[in-house]
Design a protein. Structure first.
Lengths: 189, 189
DNA sequence: CCAATTTGCCTAAGTGACTTAGGCAAATGC
DNA sequence: GCATTTGCCTAAGTCACTTAGGCAAATTGG
């Protein structure tokens, strides 16, 4: 009986792909075993549990998304940076719905603290550098931006914007313009 | 063997309560059977499936939330209406996390069309009456408001705002103020 | 290069949730 | 009071998760 060459990394990667293909909740230890043509129990040498698998997928997605956002932000400021951030977020969700869903999984406190989630928070704050907001307004703005981006992407993915004639892309651009105007009007206040 | 008096309505209500107590994903046909001290299979006379149960809970939550929002909006306009809407939404999520989660479940197209989700959309649009926005800006604004409220509440419930000293209530009020200012500045444009 | 050890995948077995089929008894209605 | 309907039951099959223990392949080190 030849070995399949399983590792936590390969399993995570396969799980990530599976999530985009069939949805995060269809990513199961059993489905993964089928994909590798291996018995389910064999995966437990590499994964602590089904929860462990999900967590690894979430961490992978957070990291990948943070990398993309960082690349998109490089060398940009002000509205450019705002749009780059939002677009990176939205594009990732559209290209990789399963990964995006995984990135929203609730992690326990210590795992979250060690995750790329921290980079996300830092980058959101970095966008605001161009707008010169004093504290605590800066924190308020970070929260509002996070809310808008996360909310918009979630609702759009859930199909919430597909029952009106108005193009979602237009609404997205209007939203980015509005946020920029809002932040500029708050600058230095 | 005395009868337990099960009905779809009683089961849905129990499921709703269970969702708030232990989380929506712990709401299972089996858990419900235990709560009524009845065998699992007995529930299948009243529910088509586990999915059916979840859908009923979602519809209940959507309806209840729409009622609350409608009550909060009555007689208000402009910023008052905006804040009432947002607060109704946020308060519901805080008081009833399980129901709020259920209200986010994705329903199939026809079920969604027959649900109170339609009322939600109408009420969001009603808020904007006071701001006198032309189309398509009104649609853009509806989408943005929905995104902010849904996003803020989701992130707050997920604990995303609890790692900074700044009070979440302050950020919420700042966000409402900002949205009001934004909409006013767009009026009639 | 062979022996000892470690590693990787296996079989076996138990848990818990979902679902269908078919039966008996309680409630209902004539 | 009897027939019918209704409500909950037992039985049985599916599928996912998880642990324990075993055998064989890979690795290591003499």
């Amino acid at each position: 009986m030849a070995r399949a060459g399983l590792t936590p990394e390969r399993l995570t990667l396969a799980g990530v792909e599976l999530a985009d293909e069939v949805g995060l909740d269809q990513v199961t230890v059993s489905a993964l075993a089928r994909r590798f043509d291996v018995k389910v129990a064999s995966l437990y040498s590499h994964l602590k549990s089904s929860q462990d698998l999900k967590t690894r997928i979430a961490l992978f997605a957070l990291e990948e998304l943070a990398d993309r956002v960082a690349a998109a932000l490089a060398g940009r400021a002000g509205k450019d940076a705002l749009a780059a951030f939002g677009n990176a977020y939205r594009d990732y969700a559209r290209e990789h719905p399963g990964r995006y869903a995984a990135a929203q999984l609730r992690l326990d406190t210590e795992t979250a603290a060690a995750s790329a989630g921290v980079r996300h928070a830092q980058m959101t704050r970095a966008i605001l550098r161009g707008y010169d907001l004093p504290e605590p307004d800066q924190t308020h703005a970070v929260r509002m931006l996070g809310s808008v981006f996360h909310g918009y992407v979630s609702l759009e993915m859930a199909g919430g914007f597909s029952h009106t004639a108005v193009d979602s892309q237009q609404s997205w651009e209007w939203t980015l313009d509005s946020l920029d105007a809002l932040l500029r009007s708050q600058a230095g206040s």
